[in-house]
Design a protein around this ligand. Structure first.
Ligand SMILES: Nc1ncnc2c1ncn2[C@@H]1O[C@H](COP(=O)(O)OP(=O)(O)OP(=O)(O)O)[C@@H](O)[C@H]1O
Ligand SMILES: [Mg+2]
Length: 415
């Protein structure tokens, strides 16, 4: 018995088994709570900013529970349209609504004897929250269009990156459901609150990408290591992983200097002072409008950069090379995917080959300033970039999948 317990509590082996990197007190504590709560049937609410690594925790809990041989179903509540979510979760009877040609089992029935992971629980419509509360309290639910009560034995784990108490204040989330779900809370700290994990994660990702792309791993010099550790990482581990991948692919020199590293860190500034820390759960952007303005600003910048690039290339063709260094141009194009280098002037310049005078390209920009047009353009771009995968397109746009779904319908966007 003692040896089993020691084995279960061996955090290092759990990390190895689930591919978790880091050794901060906060991370170890979260793993410890997950393992301790696993054998019970209590509901767990996992809370943490986007990209902190919440998704692995429900799997740990399921694997260390007596339900491990039962089903494990993960549902992204934010990805299911409001009109069909009840039917997806609880099933429907034949003829319950137009198109319901046959009976359908919902996830709560399919997960009987196992675990259901409700990701992005903050996106659940209020009417569905009522049904969920009932299942949690009684183990009973009713299919859409039916009157028959069905029993199920499901353990519920939920995750969210939104501030649920705030959602309760705004009447978007039921308080009773929150308390019921939050029987055991697990908080995953943002990276900036567990800085000792940053370098360990970077080193692991650098090795993984070196293997994947068959190149030597990138390494940081001492100063760039400090910059990396002091950066505020708004996108947390996901952002660190993406940036490590970008640098691994793009940079030829494998020793990464501060100057190069900064070009990959948006808003890193020219100092490496610790960033202002926001309370956990608070998002960098508060409203869709803010996100839209930010994206518009970035797009305008991209457009000007692109114009400059085209001009440069034209000049090169004419034998009048303005930028001989191609690799730099390519690197900039890549970094524009995610990171905005901080060495680019906020206004691009247009160089007239004949007169050699410098003008602001903004004079030539004639663009639609309709927010709706821009929204359509951005959504289309994001969908194209992510090959129609709405989850990633929504992430990039900084909106929920449901909002994206609604907008696609509203604007009749083909994607
Ligand atoms: N401690 C860690 N060790 C290794 N990889 C990690 C760690 N934490 C996160 N990751 C990786 O970072 C990425 C983002 O993690 P994850 O998808 O779990 O984020 P999340 O908290 O669910 O974010 P969101 O709220 O946006 O859904 C994943 O690729 C995951 O594998
Ligand atoms: Mg997630």
């Amino acid at each position: 018995m003692q040896s089993i317990l020691t084995e279960i509590m061996d955090i290092q082996s759990i990390k190895q088994r689930f591919g978790i990197i880091g050794n901060s007190g906060g991370l170890n504590r979260a793993i410890e709570v997950a393992v301790q709560v696993a054998p019970t049937d209590l509901s767990v609410l996992i809370n943490g900013e986007s990209g902190t690594g919440k998704e692995i925790f429900p799997q740990i809990i399921h694997q260390y529970s007596a339900r491990k041989h039962g089903p494990y179903i993960a549902v992204n509540c934010g990805a299911i349209p409001e009109g069909t979510i009840d039917s997806e979760l609880f099933g429907h009877e034949k003829g319950a609504f137009t198109g319901a040609l046959a009976d359908r089992k919902g996830y709560f029935q399919e997960a009987d004897g196992g675990t259901i992971f409700l990701d992005e629980i903050g996106e659940l419509p209020l009417s569905t929250q009522v049904r969920l509360l009932r299942v949690l309290e009684t183990g009973e639910f009713i299919k859409v269009g039916s009157s028959k009560v069905i029993k199920t034995n499901v353990r519920v784990i939920a995750a969210t990156n939104v501030d649920i108490p705030l959602a309760i204040e705004k009447n978007k989330f039921r308080e009773d459901l929150y308390y019921r779900l939050n029987t055991v809370p697990i908080s995953i700290l943002p990276l900036r609150e567990r800085r000792e994990d940053i370098f360990l994660l970077f080193r692991k990702f650098a090795r993984d990408f070196a293997e994947k792309y068959r190149m030597p791993p990138i390494a940081l010099d001492e100063n760039s290591r400090i910059v990396l550790m002091n950066y505020h990482w708004p996108g947390n581990v996901r952002q660190l992983k993406n940036i490590t991948e970008q640098i691994s692919i793009i940079e030829e020199k494998r020793e990464i200097t501060t100057e190069v590293l900064r070009t990959y860190l948006p808003n890193a500034g020219s100092n490496n002072l610790p960033a202002l820390v926001k309370p956990s759960g608070e998002k960098a952007f508060n409203s869709e409008r803010e996100i839209l303005y930010q994206v518009l600003f970035d797009m305008k910048k991209d457009m000007n950069d692109l114009k400059k690039l085209v001009l440069d290339l034209m000049h090169e063709r004419e034998g009048e090379t303005l930028h001989g260094d191609h690799s730099r141009i390519i690197r900039k194009l890549y970094t524009d995917e995610g990171a905005v280098p901080d060495d680019i002037p906020s206004k691009s310049i247009h160089i007239d080959p004949m007169e050699k005078n410098i003008q602001d390209t903004e004079e030539f920009v004639e663009e639609s300033l309709s927010l709706e047009d821009k929204e359509i353009e951005l959504i289309t771009k994001a969908l194209e970039k992510h090959k129609g995968k709405r989850k990633y397109a929504a992430q990039e746009l900084g909106i929920s999948e449901r909002t994206l779904y609604r907008k696609i319908k509203e604007y009749d966007i083909k994607g």
